[in-house]
Design a protein around this ligand. Structure first.
Ligand code: UDP
Length: 237
């Protein structure tokens, strides 16, 4: 059993919400996300979620085909707000009250993010969904996740991906690749392993904020994590 956690921040990529199609949103996946979160709620963990937008739009890809990068990133940030709204709706329908905050001001659509407002909603028991990334171009939602985790004083950042942890090599290419159960920030750097982008990684390392990388499509993965089972990879200070 893990030591009790007060607050956890989960980073969900846009692709994780898209299901098999890899694009757009899948209602069944949104409902599945709600079911995965229940064990955390039952144990009284306050929950923040940063959503990506890659299922609709990625600034870098559009910029590569000639779109102005700043404009493309603005569109990417808006895509994350679409995901945040739809996820909040699915969670609320499943009996999990959720508030959407946006880093990009759009007061008729979502609350503008402030640490104080998010803190109040978390204390009131809402799941806080943070859209709009950091609110600035040239950043990623991984960085937004590290930032929000630091701002709300999370005990843990869970990076929910399609891969079940951090491997010594690409498991799709190298049959001898080994999954790490635990690895330090320094060892990740020394081995040049990809956990998250450098800006996000540096912030977590500096704040001594542990990160767990896990496969979110594994049924009960969060409950098993809380029960202390060997799921994913713990990246620790
Ligand atoms: N984005 C941005 N600033 C941020 C976060 C995101 O400009 O702080 C834009 C960027 O264009 C990015 C897109 O939003 O490609 C979607 O985010 P991301 O690629 O991180 O989503 P994910 O891969 O997690 O689905």
């Amino acid at each position: 059993m893990l030591a009790p956690m007060r607050r956890v921040l989960i980073k969900l990529s846009g692709e994780a919400l898209a299901g098999e199609r890899g694009h757009g949103l899948d209602e069944q996946v949104l409902a599945f996300v709600g079911r995965q979160l229940v064990p955390l709620r039952e144990r009284g963990v306050q929950l923040g979620i940063v959503v990506g937008g890659g299922n609709f739009m990625r600034g870098v890809s559009s910029a590569a085909s000639g779109v102005d990068r700043v404009r493309a990133d603005h569109a990417g940030m808006l895509a994350t707000v679409i995901n945040a709204l739809m996820l909040a709706d699915a969670l609320s329908r499943a009996g999990l009250p959720a508030t959407v905050f946006s880093a990009v001001a759009m007061s008729t659509v979502a609350e503008t993010f402030t640490t104080r407002a998010a803190d109040a909603r978390l204390c009131a028991g809402d799941i806080c969904i943070f859209g709009g990334g950091t609110g600035h171009p040239f950043f990623s939602t991984d960085t937004a996740a590290a930032l929000r985790a630091a701002e709300i004083g999370a005990d843990l950042l869970i990076k929910a991906t399609q891969v079940d942890g951090v491997y010594s090599a690409d498991p799709k290419k190298d049959p001898d690749a080994q999954r790490f159960s635990r690895i330090s920030f320094d060892e990740v750097l020394a081995r040049r392993l990809g956990v998250m982008d450098m800006t996000a990684f540096s912030l977590c390392r500096e704040r001594k904020l542990p990160v767990v990388v896990l496969a979110f499509d594994e049924v009960d993965v969060l409950r098993r994590l809380l029960d202390g089972e060997d799921v994913g990879t713990w990246v620790h200070p």
